[in-house]
Design a protein around this ligand. Structure first.
Ligand code: ATP
Length: 413
């Protein structure tokens, strides 16, 4: 059977993965074997997410009614039901529903009624709390498929420490990544000198190590010096797989979805107050504004290095009329040409504009020239993929260390 759970936490505490890890232990104590613990991230733009839009699915062997009642009691016990935005969902199915609902939940939006239809079709045991929104994530979790997968070891704190500052020795985290990279990633951000794998929110997670296998995340965790973590759970996940990205076309993007889009840089990037960088790309007559916000740090220099005419692929979520960049590919670099008034052919002085489309005029001697001077600069960027740093990475984004984006994506488009 598959047991799906979602929406048990609030900004004040708890975490659905913690509840799942405790449930795995409670089920085993009741004689129900747990054969897989799965963590799926759903649409990062879902409006009601608390943090990372996670849901969990446990694959187990035993009596479904018993598992359903153990899981329901645990949700009653641990979920932060006092928070208005916490609306848990619990489902148990003997066979996974078709994966369409999962893909819809990762790449698009779903309604509770749609989840209920899937559950009815699957003959599921289901329980929703309050407005039942968590049934969406719980259903998506049991319907999930992982054509690509990664692992995360989540270490959880002792309950009496929840909400207190975490004790994790910083140097040991850098050492753990140095010893296991590229088989683990994003525990630290070496360029920005930041520990990434230790949250700052009041939830039960002490740290999370992401990597390519159970063995590698365990190897990295074994090197971390930290306060006691009574529970450590390895999850198989869709994190770092780009499951949220779909091919898109400039001019036909929908709000709240995440895309990979082929385009041509239309204008040079500009930097706004607060440090965000904005660049416009186009496809024919259609234009698309792309954003790299301040937390993307050095990635903004990549965007600033792009020149009009560059052929690019831009990837990220489309929200409020702009694409928030997660990564970018420079396919073909154009010549970086800037124009300025020419030098006067007669007296050698820099000319000035004579007005729109009227060419240039020399203030010194009155000479006129039609064309500007072309200044071709060497490019500061070469073709390839570029990504935001680990500190700014979304759970679902595939880090380049795992290889190029795994898209159902037509390179010739
Ligand atoms: P947690 O650690 O508890 O999982 P979270 O950040 O993952 O926290 P939730 O508290 O689970 O966020 O809230 C997300 C809510 O949005 C859930 O009720 C989930 O069912 C719902 N949801 C997830 N994906 C979608 C989607 N694509 N469309 C509509 N609702 C969604």
């Amino acid at each position: 059977m598959l047991i799906g759970i979602d929406d048990t936490d609030s900004p004040a505490g708890m975490c659905t993965t913690y509840l799942g890890a405790v449930l795995a232990r409670n089920l085993r104590s009741a004689g129900i074997g747990v054969t897989e613990t799965r963590l799926v991230r759903l649409n990062p733009n879902a409006p009601h997410k608390t943090r990372g839009n996670a849901a969990v699915c446990l694959r187990a062997e035993g009596n479904p009614e018993l598992a359903f009642s153990i899981a329901g009691a645990l949700v009653d016990d641990l979920a932060d039901l006092s928070c208005e935005n916490t609306n848990p969902g619990l489902v148990v199915v003997e066979e996974a529903p078709a994966p369409e609902f999962y893909w819809q939940a990762v790449q698009d939006f779903c309604m509770v009624e749609e989840a209920r239809e899937v559950l009815e079709g699957a003959g599921a045991l289901a329980r929703g709390w309050k407005n039942c929104r968590g049934l969406i994530g719980a259903t998506a979790a049991v319907a999930s498929v992982l054509p690509d997968r990664t692992y995360e070891l989540l270490a959880y704190r002792a309950a009496d420490r929840f909400g207190t500052p975490r004790q994790v020795e910083r140097d040991s985290v850098f050492a753990a990544e140095a010893a296991t990279w590229p088989h683990t990633w994003d525990s630290v951000d070496p360029e920005n000198k930041v520990v990434v794998c230790v949250p700052h929110t009041p939830d039960p997670v002490l740290y999370g190590i992401r990597g390519e296998s159970q063995a590698w995340v365990g190897a990295a965790a074994g090197r971390i010096i930290a306060e006691k973590a009574p529970i450590a759970q390895v999850w198989v996940t869709n994190q770092g797989t780009d499951a949220h990205l779909v091919p898109g076309t400039v001019g036909a993007l929908l709000d709240g979805r995440s895309y990979c889009v082929a385009a041509i840089v239309a204008e040079r990037a500009t930097t706004g107050e607060g440090g965000h960088v904005e660049i416009t790309v186009r496809d024919g007559d259609e234009c698309l504004r792309c954003m790299a916000y301040e937390p993307t740090k050095g990635f903004r220099d990549v965007v600033r290095a792009l020149a009009p005419g560059d052929r690019v692929v831009v990837c990220g979520s489309y929200k409020h009329g702009s694409l928030n960049l997660e990564k970018i590919r420079l396919r073909d670099a154009a010549a970086d040409v800037r124009y300025r008034p020419p030098l006067c052919p007669t007296c050698g002085k820099r000319m000035t504009s004579a007005g729109r489309e009227k060419g240039y005029k020399c203030r010194q001697c009155g000479a006129r020239v039609a064309e500007p001077e072309q200044v071709v600069s060497p490019r500061a960027i070469i073709p390839g993929w570029f990504e935001v740093p680990p500190t700014a990475r979304r759970h679902l984004s595939k880090p380049l260390v795992r290889g190029e984006p795994g898209l159902r994506w037509n390179e010739s488009s």
